[in-house]
Write a protein that binds this ligand. Structure first.
Ligand SMILES: [Zn+2]
Length: 372
């Protein structure tokens, strides 16, 4: 176990390379990259540094494309489903799912579920019974459509009961669970909640949710999603060590590495500061980056009107991103790949899964500073 003082030293060192990478990428991480190439040539298939090499997809992608074969061919470790428990509940009862599950077992691919969950964990029809379970807005109204009041005991208990039910149905093969708050939606502003940030409210809830999961599996862990309104680290609520960081930089650019602090008029620098600040609270060795390199659904939505487009893949940007993440001690990396399916392949040919998997197997193997 890495103690806090050693982690600070490690993170200071890692943060220094982030700064250096932002100012002069060829000087800092570039030099390490050259030595890595030499090292990997002389080694006989060392284990990848990145333990999780994943993709996150939706049922329609599983239905129409042979994801297990494609993932295995690219050397990926993990396929996770998305987006809502209510979609997955009927899907995991279908023959398509059973065939998918068996293929993943045969090929050694881990299966997880990464879900926007709160609207399902606290059923919305309970609003009629007890509006105080639901979040209050700035004007004092209780809102039905998303999230919850984390100071409502009844709400937290209901969330934990439904979590237990879903966790039995949607079993991850890794023990890692992902039941996020609703997508980018605010948390509660009631008098008891309002002094806690959205992040602190999420962590307070996640500590309770982890307790519920550990009754099913003492080794279970639960993701804390740092994203949009929860991208800043918790300040007042300490996460249980079984709650791990999942950092998702949805507003990043794809024509410049996340290591380029100046990209997007300094936006990457601000994003990176949220990552390093979160890594001061959460254990880097369990942290996961949820990136968007292969997220056709993101590129689709960016078109006016929305339409399928070729993924703007840039191998060099991707590998520089991985060098940065490895340098911070992050060993779990996944990407959304929603809408990468038969329709996409028909229109644009094979997606760059091979280069994605190759990067995740090669980068960081002999270069990342070992956590002390
Ligand atoms: Zn509240």
């Amino acid at each position: 176990m890495v103690d806090r003082q050693s982690r600070r030293v490690f993170l200071r060192r890692a943060a220094a390379s982030v700064v250096a990478a932002g100012l002069a990428p060829h000087h800092a991480l570039g030099a390490r990259r050259e030595s890595m190439t030499a090292d990997t040539r002389s080694t006989d298939q060392p284990k990848p540094f990145f333990k999780t090499r994943g993709v996150v997809i939706v049922p329609d992608d599983i239905r129409t494309w042979n994801w297990p074969d494609q993932a295995a061919k690219a050397g990926l470790s993990t396929i996770a489903t998305h987006p809502f428990p209510r979609d997955l509940e009927p899907f995991v009862k279908t023959d398509t799912w059973h065939a998918f599950w068996q293929d993943c077992q045969r090929l050694g691919i881990q299966v997880e579920h990464e879900l926007h969950a709160m609207a399902d964990l606290l059923p919305r029809d309970l609003y009629q019974k007890d509006p105080s379970m639901f979040p209050m807005d700035d004007k004092g109204r209780r809102l039905r459509s998303y999230n919850l009041c984390v100071h409502s005991k009844a709400a937290v208990e209901t969330v934990c009961e439904n979590l237990t039910r879903y966790a039995k149905l949607l079993r991850p093969t890794t023990g890692r669970h992902f039941y996020w708050i609703d997508d980018g939606k605010p948390m509660c502003r009631c008098p008891k909640c309002r002094d806690l940030s959205d992040t602190d409210q999420a962590v307070l809830l996640e500590n309770h949710m982890l307790d519920a999961l550990r009754k099913l599996d003492p080794k279970a862990s639960l993701a804390h999603l740092a994203y949009l309104n929860t991208i800043e680290p918790p300040k007042q609520i300490k996460p249980n060590p079984g709650v791990f960081l999942e950092w998702a930089p949805i507003s990043r650019r794809f024509d410049a590495s996340i290591a380029r602090r100046d990209a997007g008029d300094g936006h990457h620098g601000k994003l990176l500061d949220t990552l390093t600040a979160n890594l001061d609270v959460f254990d880097p060795s369990h942290a996961q980056v949820l990136d968007y390199w292969l997220d056709e659904s993101l590129f689709y939505r960016a078109q006016k009107p929305p339409r399928l487009v070729k993924i703007p893949w840039n191998r060099d940007v991707f590998r520089k991103d991985l060098e940065l993440y490895a340098g911070l001690g992050i060993r779990h990396v996944t990407t959304f790949a929603v809408k990468v399916n038969a329709q996409y392949v028909k229109q644009f040919g094979e997606p760059p899964l091979d280069e994605y998997g190759q990067g995740l197997r090669e980068v960081g193997r002999s270069t990342a500073p070992s956590p002390p």
